[in-house]
Design a protein around this ligand. Structure first.
Ligand code: ZN
Length: 128
């Protein structure tokens, strides 16, 4: 994907985020921030009877990369088991964001929502 298309896709998610809001009640409920950039996220998720992610919502404030990544992640997480989420890493996030190679300064922004999801699953006792 060209650089411009990548930017456009990020901006589109930033301005029109998917799954923006709070799930109540939720099995996973976590707030996390990225102090190096000032990004903040509140992520809630519900699991189905098999323990897979049935729905995810997020709200927060931050840079385009952090918010666009959160929006894309909420779409990518549905149907995944906690162990599958736990195996996801930077490469998966970069691929999710259109195959971009993130600069060092942007990695924490892009990973915030995934890290929050993993921590939230752990806090909820869904991951060892
Ligand atoms: Zn950021």
């Amino acid at each position: 994907m060209s650089h411009d298309l990548y930017r456009e896709q990020l901006l589109d998610h930033y301005h029109n985020p998917a799954n923006y809001g709070v799930l109540e009640p939720a099995d996973v409920d976590i707030e996390m921030d990225n102090p190096t950039c000032g990004d903040r996220i509140h992520l809630t998720a519900r699991l189905d009877s098999e323990g897979h992610i049935a729905a995810v919502m997020f709200e927060g404030q931050g840079c385009v990369v952090s918010m666009a990544a959160a929006s894309m992640l909420t779409e990518a997480l549905v149907g995944k088991a906690p162990e599958e989420v736990n195996r996801m890493g930077l490469e998966d996030v970069e691929e999710m964001m259109g195959g971009v190679k993130l600069s060092m300064g942007r990695v924490k922004c892009a990973m915030l929502s995934l890290n929050a999801t993993k921590q939230g699953l752990r806090d909820a006792g869904k991951l060892a």
